[in-house]
Design a protein around this ligand. Structure first.
Ligand code: ATP
Length: 267
C-alpha cells in the first residue's frame, strides 16, 4: 500500500488504541500480534486491511531475543484476544506474528500457540514492513527499547539485517543522568519531549544510532530510510538522521503502530 494510506491507517489505529467499545465488522478479520521488549500489541484488520481493533500494553516479555516472562506474555495475549472478540463480536482462533531478525521465530509462535491460537503467518519484523509498503532499495530502521535493527530491502526482500544494543533505554538513562532523576521519571520526561528538551539531550545517542545504521548500510544501495519503533515517537528525530545519513528519511505518523499493522496485514 502507499505511504499515505499506511499513515492514514496508522492514525486510525492509534485513535482506537485500547478502545473496547463494540463495533460491527464484516468479512474476514486478520489478527497480528507484536511481542516487543517494551510492549505487546494486538491489531485486528478487516478484509480491506483497515484497523478495527488495537490493544497495547507496556510490559517486558522479551529481552535480547529471550522470553523473560512466558506466562505473563501468554496471559496478555489471551486477554487481548478476549477483548478483541468482545469488541468485534467474532471468535478468534488464528493470528500472525513476527520476531526481530536474527532471533528464533519460535519465541513468538510458542507464546501464541500456548495462548490457544493457530499461527497463520510468521515473518521477521522488517520483512513485514517491507511487504506492507512494497519497499525497494530502502533501509528499515527499527529503534525500539533495547536495540536498533537495520534491515536493507531490495525489491521487497531483506538482503541484510543486523541489530545493535542501543535504543530508547539508553536515551532514558541519559535523561536520568541529565536531570538527576529515577528511570521511571526519566521515561515520563521522555514522553514530554518538547518540555524537557529531550531531542538535544538524546542527540549524542541518536548520532551513535545513525553511525550504527551507516555501518550497516555500507556496500548496499539505499535510496531512503524508513524509521520505525517506539523511540521514533520523539518529535524531530528524523532531522538527526537526515543530517547524519544524507538520505530522505520517512517517519510514519505512528511509529509504534507500523509493525503491528504490517503483521496484521500479512495475510
Ligand atoms: P526492541 O525493538 O528493543 O525489541 P520493542 O520492539 O518493544 O523493543 P518499541 O515498542 O518499538 O520497542 O519501542 C519501545 C521504546 O519506545 C521504549 O524505549 C520507549 O521508552 C520508547 N517510547 C515509547 N513512546 C515514546 C514516546 N512518546 N517518545 C519517546 N520514546 C517513546
Amino acid at each position: 500500500i502507499s505511504w499515505e494510506l499506511a499513515c492514514e491507517r496508522l492514525d486510525r489505529a492509534a485513535a482506537m488504541m485500547n478502545d473496547t467499545e463494540p463495533v460491527s465488522v464484516e468479512g474476514p478479520i486478520h489478527i497480528g500480534i507484536d511481542l516487543g521488549t517494551a510492549d505487546v500489541v494486538l491489531m485486528a484488520v478487516d478484509g480491506e486491511g483497515e484497523p478495527v481493533a488495537v490493544f497495547l500494553e507496556w510490559t517486558e516479555v522479551v529481552r535480547d531475543g529471550v522470553v523473560v516472562d512466558f506466562v505473563g506474555a501468554c496471559d496478555v495475549v489471551r486477554k487481548f484476544v478476549a477483548m478483541a472478540e468482545e469488541r468485534l463480536g467474532i471468535e478468534i482462533t488464528e493470528a500472525s506474528t513476527s520476531f526481530p531478525p536474527g532471533t528464533d521465530a519460535r519465541l513468538s509462535t510458542n507464546i501464541l500457540e500456548t495462548a490457544g491460537l493457530e499461527v497463520t503467518h510468521v515473518e521477521d519484523e522488517p520483512s513485514c514492513v517491507a511487504s506492507l509498503l512494497e519497499l525497494d532499495k530502502a533501509a528499515v530502521v527499527d529503534i525500539g527499547g533495547g536495540t536498533t535493527g537495520t534491515a536493507i530491502v531490495k525489491d521487497g526482500e531483506i538482503v541484510f539485517s543486523d541489530d545493535e544494543p542501543t535504543g530508547g533505554k539508553h536515551i532514558t538513562l541519559t535523561i536520568a543522568g541529565h536531570y538527576d532523576v529515577e528511570l521511571e521519571k526519566a521515561e515520563e520526561y521522555k514522553r514530554k519531549a518538547e518540555e524537557y528538551k529531550i531531542l538535544s539531550i538524546a542527540k549524542p545517542t541518536l548520532e551513535r544510532v545513525s553511525d550504527i545504521v551507516a555501518a550497516h548500510m555500507k556496500g548496499y544501495e539505499v535510496d531512503s530510510i524508513l524509521l520505525s519503533g517506539g523511540t521514533c515517537c520523539l518529535p524531530g528525530i528524523e532531522t538527526i538522521f537526515e543530517k547524519e545519513l544524507k538520505l530522505p528519511v520517512h517517519l510514519p505518523s505512528q511509529p509504534l503502530m507500523l509493525t503491528p499493522l504490517s503483521i496484521a496485514s500479512l495475510a
